[in-house]
Design a protein around this ligand. Structure first.
Ligand code: GLA
Length: 732
């Protein structure tokens, strides 16, 4: 087995390395774990990185202990704590019985294990065989409380990726409270970085933001009980001149679907610290003696070749090591979803007309969205009542499912398992199941309330109800929705001093329910959703191999959403639909062809009343479906190259290339037209320069080197919002 972790026992230097990256740290004075380096592979570390000593006023110099010139306030550390005279933001805060949160984490021991240990109850990256990765576990301890922190570092053999997580063990005799527990910390020196993050909003998710880093602390996070539309759990540090294809890019993504926090600090001497973990807002985890707490994991990567390579690595690690579903390698079915076609106003007959039309057009799956259960005619009732509405399906749901299958389509169904409506049987029976603060009126959002999934009996109730629908019916797909964020955070089953556990226990409950259902129904394709892309994260990807990217399916708005999403997540994870015009979210009118081309970036579907399409539109949709069936293996699983960004140009261009580089799709979308357009010349990437490629539409032969270096002139469009797709195949 290849050695991926080298330890210099004498100098206590740890070196994680593979062919692409190195990560180095050592035990410094005072048994402090100090960061040395993360970046391009170092062949062999010779020990030259000795952090300089300097007397700095008001900078935590440890005069009588370790010398005036040694300060933990400036030393790059691996995991800092409150109480050690590092005034920067710390990775952990541990509150003790006497009211103090002062601890001093000192190096104790290390262990190396083959492969990668499992994180119980949490989604995490998996390796199939032990040769694929090695894990270094470094234990730090606070001698007074006897609390241990085990820092887990897993390096992958074939990817420039290291995963990080921390396990905190209370080996002492007193109860302690964890009030902050980052999954990782990394300290860089005085290096010129900018931060890339993915903020957004509902129907406007994951917009790329690139910011200068100033002195002070900046927190990018969510405390909405979900990873959120507003700030995706991702951050990259890049050089000011880093672009898609050149320059350093350090990427970090959190494998977690709840509250998160990326704290970025530039200190007094311009060094950069990044802590990533569960948000400390309302976080307080009680640790009895002998109990432990496992943080979720972070995946971090380094790319010397720009942002695009960082994304490709994330795509690969998420695809190969996070997504588990048996559907992950299967081409995804083209679906039609009845939500925007009917909203709540449907019955079996009406749906059958859509199914008939779908069959005619070549669509492969019908998805029955919200409104099939309880007596739900609007969004103010029936969540929690997962039994079929007999008014809409007088002969039962099975009858309709059979109809769909007999038409040759698969059948999918929508659930929102985490919610409850006041107007529901579930609420009548169990008014205590919803999260609420004693004596306060819970806050409604979309007339709905959040179930306390942290409670076993609540999960069991929902599980049993779902089983009653899923066992007797042949259901091929589930859309798992979550249409509000959590408020009224309080758990009836916890004591007052445990209330700070509520958010995380909710997420652990969610994962438990997802684990049980995905295990029991391996043949169901699960799709995640949270009012669009409100929980688009690697944690959810562990259970759901595809996620609805946004309720906004306007092709032009989707350019930014999909471009941003692609920074971290592979195309097959992202579902993308063609809907009506004017678009229901922003009123924009775009050509049907453009809507199709943009939706083909991910897993294509239709979200409109197919029966209302005119003949020309039907022809166009048929053409899209025929084309997509030919190219989807490539578009869903090919290597992605972003060529032009909607964030800084009037054009967006992306390209997917097959693994043998013989098959290529380039899509270019021109946003606004102009009377005096500049001619644009997309240049492709990732081809084999020695191959000759044929443009399938024109039969023109162009060299791979030409496509990449000279580029090709794009057609001038005399209209707004025009998309053009090019398909090239290698011929030699
Ligand atoms: C959310 C989803 C939509 C649809 C509705 C149904 O908004 O994102 O796609 O399923 O819920 O209520």
């Amino acid at each position: 087995m290849q050695n991926l972790i080298t330890v210099d026992e004498k100098n206590k230097v740890f070196h994680l390395h593979n062919k692409q990256i190195s990560y180095l740290f050592s035990v410094e004075q005072g048994a402090t774990l100090a960061h040395l380096y993360f970046g391009k592979r170092i062949r062999q570390y010779h020990g030259q990185l000795k952090y300089p000593r300097l007397l700095r006023g008001f900078s935590g110099n440890l005069a009588d202990v370790l010398g005036r010139e040694f300060s933990r306030d400036t030393l790059p550390e691996e995991y800092s704590s409150a109480g050690e005279m590092d005034y920067r933001t710390s990775a952990t805060v541990l509150y003790q019985k006497n009211g103090s949160n002062s601890i001093l984490l000192r190096y104790k021991s290390y262990e190396i294990v083959a492969g990668k240990p499992k994180l119980n109850g949490l989604p995490h990256s998996l390796v199939k065989d032990e040769d694929e990765a090695q894990t270094l576990i470094v234990t730090l301890e606070d001698q007074l409380t006897q609390v241990e922190y085990q820092l887990f570092y897993t390096i992958f053999r074939d990817l420039p990726v290291i995963s990080r997580a921390v396990k905190i063990i209370n080996s002492g005799e007193e109860v302690v409270h964890l009030r902050k527990a980052a999954s990782m910390q990394i300290d860089f020196g005085n290096e010129d970085f900018e931060a890339i993050t993915l903020p957004g909003a509902h129907a406007n998710e994951r917009h790329l933001q690139r910011s200068k880093i100033d002195q002070g602390i900046r927190v990018y996070g969510s405390h909405r009980g979900a990873s959120s539309h507003q700030m995706n759990p991702f951050l990259a540090l890049v050089r000011p001149n880093t672009d898609e294809f050149a320059g350093d890019a350090y990427g970090f993504t959190f494998v977690y679907s709840g509250n998160h926090m990326f704290e970025l600090e530039k200190d007094q001497i311009n060094q950069i610290r990044l802590n990533i973990g569960i948000n400390d807002f309302n976080f307080d985890w009680k640790l009895e003696p002998n109990e432990d707490f496992q943080t979720p994991e972070v995946l971090m990567t380094y790319s010397p070749n720009g942002i695009n390579q960082m994304s490709q690595t994330f795509h690969q690690v998420i695809f190969d090591h996070i997504i588990r579903s048996k559907f992950k390698n299967k081409v995804r079915p083209i679906l039609v979803n009845n939500w925007e076609a009917t909203y709540f106003d449907f019955n079996e007959k009406k749906l059958q007309t859509i199914v008939d039309q779908a069959k005619d057009l070549g669509i492969e799956m019908f998805v029955l969205d919200d409104g099939w259960f309880g007596h739900r005619d609007a969004d103010n009732s029936s969540l929690g009542d997962w039994f079929v509405d007999q008014r809409k399906f007088p002969t039962g749901l099975s009858h309709f499912i059979d109809y769909v299958h007999n038409q040759g389509l698969k059948f999918g169904i929508w659930f929102e398992p985490e919610m409850i409506s006041y107007d529901s049987e579930l609420y009548k029976k169990h008014p205590d199941y919803l999260m609420h603060v004693p004596n306060r009126i819970p806050n409604p959002d979309r007339h709905q309330y959040v179930l306390d999934l942290g409670r076993k009996e609540v999960r069991q109730n929902i599980f049993d109800q779902m089983v009653k629908i899923l066992d007797p019916n042949q259901i091929d797909y589930i859309k798992w929705d979550m249409n509000r964020h959590i408020s009224d955070i309080y758990k009836a089953d916890l004591t007052p001093d445990e209330q700070g556990e509520a958010y995380h226990r909710y997420i652990l409950g969610l994962y438990d329910l997802l684990e049980k259902l995905t295990t029991r129904y391996p043949n169901i394709l699960f799709e995640g959703c949270s009012d669009g892309g409100g929980r688009f994260d690697a944690g959810m990807a562990y259970y759901t191999p595809q996620i609805w990217a946004s309720d906004n399916s306007d092709a032009i708005a989707r350019l930014k959403i999909q471009y941003g999403t692609s920074l971290v997540y592979p195309q097959s994870l992202m579902t993308s639909h063609v809907s009506v015009c004017p678009n229901e979210q922003n009123g924009r009118v775009t050509p049907l062809a453009t809507r199709g081309a943009v939706a083909m970036w991910g897993d294509l579907g239709y979200e409109l009343d197919l029966t209302k399409l005119n003949d020309d539109e039907k022809e166009e949709v048929k053409k899209q479906i025929t084309l997509y069936k030919q190219i989807r293996k490539l578009t869903q699983f090919g290597t992605l190259y972003r060529l032009k960004s909607p964030f800084n140009s009037n054009q967006t261009a992306w390209e997917v290339v097959s693994s043998d580089k013989r098959d290529v799709i380039l899509t270019v979308v021109n946003i606004l037209s102009s009377a005096q357009p500049s001619f644009t010349k997309p240049k492709l990437a990732g081809l084999n320069p020695e191959y000759d490629y044929k443009n399938i539409a024109t039969n023109e032969i162009i060299g791979g080197d030409e496509l990449m270096d000279t580029g090709i002139y794009d057609e001038v469009a005399h209209q707004d919002f025009v998309a053009k797709m090019y398909h090239f195949k290698a011929v030699n």
